[in-house]
Design a protein around this ligand. Sequence first.
Ligand SMILES: C[S@@+](CC[C@H](N)C(=O)[O-])C[C@H]1O[C@@H](n2cnc3c(N)ncnc32)[C@H](O)[C@@H]1O
Length: 272
Amino acid sequence: MCQGHKYRHARQSCCTGDSKSHLSKYTANNLLIMTLITLSPLSVFCLAELIENMDKKATWDRFYTETSSRTATFKNFEWFFGFDAVRDFIMPFLQTKSHPDALLQVLDMGCGTSALGPGIYRHSPAPVQVTCADISPIAVRLMQEHVQTQAVQPHNLSSKLEFVELDCTQLQRHYRTNVMDLIVDKGTTDALLRSKEGKVKASLVLKQCLKVLRSSGSLLQFSDEDPDARLLWLETEAQEQGVMAADVGVQEVGELRGVCYYCYQVTPRPVV
Ligand SMILES: C[S@@+](CC[C@H](N)C(=O)[O-])C[C@H]1O[C@@H](n2cnc3c(N)ncnc32)[C@H](O)[C@@H]1O
């Protein structure tokens, strides 16, 4: 349990939602800056620019170019934490389907150079098709090159892993409706919500996810945003009268370096 943290359900918090949201954003941005200073070679000036423009492809191309150029050998860059911190939240979703021959379809949305997607591919007992998608072709190329040199063996020999350049605000250009079993998002929606012009994109991404998810599928967002703010946002954005509805829940992932992290689960609900 995260120390000293209490949150109410979003529906009860609309009066205080704004101030809480600003407070959590302020705290989170400070942490983000600290994390990036520690982990990346970018200057403080560049960091301020990065935080405002985390919805832009050019920002991430530059980020991954600069971070990768500083080390001789490839190193995964993990936003918040790596696969091990979240595997217990993900594994229950990787169960065999009613069609034993079919691969479970998993999308790591905004994968960057994280080892999350490869971790799912490697550890899933059920056969999975893991697609790691990012808007930055630099991140995609780095990961493609990395897995080629690693030759990671999956737990289930039928599993597949691929990296694709993709703008997740346009998921439906690439996928039919009702095809994904699981979509994981570690820091991508956070990045969009925190950038100056990214809020509309964050909402679009959520709506696109709900369209491509199967009715039995789920979206998991790993985030440091306070549930008072995120649950309210999810509940509002995931509903469209007569078109779309979803169930929304939250679990604590735990505390790391004094910050509490959450796993938000969004599940499409049939529209009545
Ligand atoms: C905060 S980073 C998280 C990266 C990775 N998930 C991790 O855990 O380390 C956000 C990622 O989202 C990607 N991104 C931003 N906008 C995107 C979009 N519209 N479509 C796909 N990826 C996007 C960025 O390129 C970046 O890699």
